[in-house]
Design a protein around this ligand. Structure first.
Ligand SMILES: Cc1cc2nc3c(=O)[nH]c(=O)nc-3n(C[C@H](O)[C@H](O)[C@H](O)COP(=O)(O)O)c2cc1C
Length: 194
């Protein structure tokens, strides 16, 4: 029998909304590894983001043990230079506990409007990726910290800075702790025109 189309009253739709509202940025992860097949599925869903002119401007880089180790050395160095060696080591230690590392990049464009649209599409793809994982019980954190703008990071990941820029470094894994969050009520940001 054909399933009824979900209406605004359906449980299916409420559950979908709960996935959107319930996703949280996760800082602390369990050691358990996320199956590679699930990550691949999430990426497959990610690329169905809206994308003006179907430019498909995204690239996804999945980091392995060696590239993660290089990132840990780099963040240690960045923080040591900015603050001190103790803080650098602390940061590298905390980052070593992130189970999964994905870098999302966007193709550069000389046309300002295309660049904005492409970046927007890459952000939508990133959100798709995170939501797909969330529904599977996997949390994530999108970061655009100093490391994502460092040329040495581009070298580690193998990004050609003339052609792409980093949209985000996404850590993912099973959440150890899910924080609470709040948002303004929608009426505070909704302008209803006659
Ligand atoms: C483009 C982008 C960049 C972000 N960069 C960082 C970051 O560098 N550091 C950080 O702690 N969180 C970062 N976040 C996560 C936000 O801080 C987080 O989404 C916000 O606190 C709301 O929490 P929630 O995702 O649980 O709703 C970023 C989020 C986005 C969308």
């Amino acid at each position: 029998m054909k399933k009824p189309t979900p209406s605004y009253e359906s449980q299916e739709l409420r559950d979908f909304g709960e996935v959107l509202r319930g996703r949280r940025t996760i800082e602390l992860f369990l050691r358990k590894l996320v199956p590679a097949a699930l990550v691949k599925e999430a990426l497959e869903a990610a690329v169905w983001a809206p994308n003006h002119h179907l430019t498909e401007p995204w690239r996804f880089y999945l980091l392995g043990k060696e590239s993660v180790a290089s990132c840990l050395e780099l963040i240690c160095d960045i923080v040591t230079t900015k603050k001190d060696a103790k803080m650098g080591e602390f940061k590298a230690q905390s980052w070593s506990e992130k189970p999964g590392w994905l870098v999302v990049t966007c193709r550069k464009s000389d046309d300002e409007s295309t660049q904005r649209e492409d970046y927007a599409a890459c952000c939508a793809a990133t959100q798709n990726f995170m939501l797909y994982l969330w529904k599977a019980g996997v949390g994530s954190k999108w970061t655009t910290g100093d490391i994502t703008r460092d040329t040495r990071f581009y070298d580690i990941v193998g990004i050609n800075a003339d052609e792409e820029f980093v949209v985000g470094l996404i850590w993912y894994g099973y959440p150890k702790l899910t924080p609470t969050q709040s948002r303004k009520p929608i009426d505070a940001v909704l302008i209803q025109l006659p």
